[in-house]
Design a binder for this molecule. Structure first.
Ligand code: MV4
Length: 476
């Protein structure tokens, strides 16, 4: 499916079939999407990682209409979407959670009395939340009434639910999440962790696996906790168990994501497991193809999210047309992107241009490959987060693997970014218009070719698609 705004996208032209859903906001119109799926005779929907991937109403409607939602059940999405309920389930499963109340706050007085009991600083969070919205850190008693009021207001605005809860605030934790896969028969494995501590305003910018903050022993303990948590609630499909790790290496469950995440490719690079393929097989009712001892984390992978953003202006989105696009390559380099010269980054959507993942035998090799790739990556026409990544990868603290969630905000990086001189464009200014015109016309010609080929189904493509979903065919 595509929106009006995406009528020129590469994905649309490469697709075998496509359906227009109307304006971009229709991506939230679950009835419309399911109706189109029915029209198109779809038997399953993969919701991706945005918009509807964690919407229990969407999963429910798919279930009702006999379409397989490639993800966990609507009941489970709902259960884990309620952060207080999720915390209670984890406590029951013996997984450590952060000290606080196991219920929504009833009043500002209630907030104060709990805060006094657990001690300041505390944090107030939206019960339907996640991602930092409706979150308030409260350092002292005087601030708690205001924080309670504004957290509730923000939660209502963002989630249509003003319920909030409270817990002890951990200072400078690492954000570590475990990837898990679970089948319908109670088999569960974890695929190691991702360290997502490099964030800015709750937007992840760099993710890596394994986490430099974990020892082998601690990794084993957290991994087992994640698997037990998932088993205890009867979760099915791919999922992520998020933990915070404090300075004394105590760990606590914070929430569970029921979707495949943007950063899943980092895990794919170190485990060699195709997570989306496994999601499809699990949704189909297949038995998990792996036992825990089959999962081997090899080497080290780092991902940099390349966004169309102006890092010298508070990371403001910077939509526009890409006029030159030359991605890096070589051993251990993976890029997930649908960009090309002539492609326009639309203001209606997330500003992601490309996910650049580098793998190496060691963390050092992965970092060196990332630095080289960032230097080689040419994206002209829009401002990107590449200068930010180059700067982070030059910092001692990052190189030593001693990064926590406060790294970006506490650091002088933001100031340094403002002072950076912009890299000279390869394309001379007077040639740009010509080059864009050429790029766009070449691209359009390519698209024409693609749509001509669409009518005749290429037997090699069909065979490859079938093979990739059915390992059995190699053994026959
Ligand atoms: C916390 C926390 C410290 N203490 N909870 C952020 C989003 C949501 N997934 C949970 N988050 C956090 N919860 C307690 N009790 C720290 C974070 C957190 C964070 C906080 C401030 C600034 C950046 C952050 C990045 C990751 C996690």
């Amino acid at each position: 499916i595509h929106s009006d705004e995406e009528r020129d996208s590469l994905a649309l032209k490469c697709a075998d079939r496509s359906y227009n859903i109307g304006k971009s906001k229709s991506y939230l119109d679950i009835r419309k999407i399911v109706k189109i799926a029915k029209q198109g005779n779809c038997d399953a929907i993969h919701p991706g990682y945005g918009f509807l991937s964690e919407n229990p109403k969407f999963a429910k409607l798919c279930e009702r209409k006999g379409i397989t939602f490639i993800g966990t059940s609507s009941r489970m999405i709902k259960k884990l979407g309620d952060k207080v309920e999720a915390k209670k389930s984890m406590l029951k499963a013996g997984v450590p959670v952060i000290e606080g109340v196991r219920e929504d706050l009833r009043s500002k007085r209630h907030a104060l009395s709990v805060a006094r009991r657990i001690g300041f600083p505390v944090i107030i969070k939206a019960s339907s939340g996640g991602g930092g919205k409706g979150m308030r850190i409260v350092a002292k008693e005087d601030d708690i009434f205001n924080a309670y009021g504004s957290a509730k207001k923000e939660a209502l605005n963002a989630f249509g639910d003003d319920a909030v809860y409270i817990e002890r605030y951990l200072e400078e934790p690492s954000h570590i999440e475990f990837q898990i896969l679970a089948d319908k028969y109670g088999n569960v494995v974890h695929l190691g962790e991702r360290d997502c501590s490099v964030q800015r305003r709750h937007q992840k910018l760099i993710e890596e696996s394994p986490s430099p903050a974990l020892s082998k022993e601690l990794r084993e303990i957290l991994g087992t906790a994640a698997v037990n948590a998932v088993k205890a609630i009867g979760y099915e499909g791919a999922g992520t168990v998020e933990f915070l790790l404090d300075k004394s290496k105590n760990f606590y469950f914070i929430e569970m994501n029921t979707r495949i995440q943007v950063e899943h490719g980092v895990t794919e690079m170190v485990t060699n497991v195709d997570l989306v393929k496994e999601q499809i097989k699990l949704a189909e009712g297949a038995k998990l193809a792996y036992k825990q001892e089959d999962i081997k984390v090899e080497g080290h992978a780092i991902e940099c999210r390349i966004n169309a953003e102006d890092t010298s202006n508070d990371f403001a989105p910077c939509p526009g047309t890409i006029i030159n696009y030359l991605p890096p390559g070589g051993p251990g380099i993976r890029i997930s992107s649908s960009c090309h010269a002539g492609h326009t980054i639309l203001p209606h959507f997330d500003s992601l241009i490309a996910l650049l993942i580098c793998h190496g035998k060691t963390r050092q090799e992965a970092i060196l490959r990332m630095k080289r790739s960032l230097d080689e990556f040419v994206i002209e026409g829009v401002k990107t987060t590449i200068p930010f990544h180059r700067l982070v990868l030059s910092k001692r603290q990052f190189l030593k693997g001693r990064v926590t969630t406060s790294f970006i905000e506490n650091n002088y990086i933001m100031q340094e970014l403002k002072n950076l001189k912009p890299k000279k464009d390869i394309l001379p200014k007077d040639k740009k218009v010509l080059i864009v015109t050429t790029a766009v016309s070449q691209y359009l010609a390519g698209k024409q070719q693609a749509s001509n080929n669409k009518s005749k189904i290429n037997p090699w493509v069909m065979a490859a698609r079938q093979e990739s979903m059915n390992e059995g065919s190699f053994e026959e």
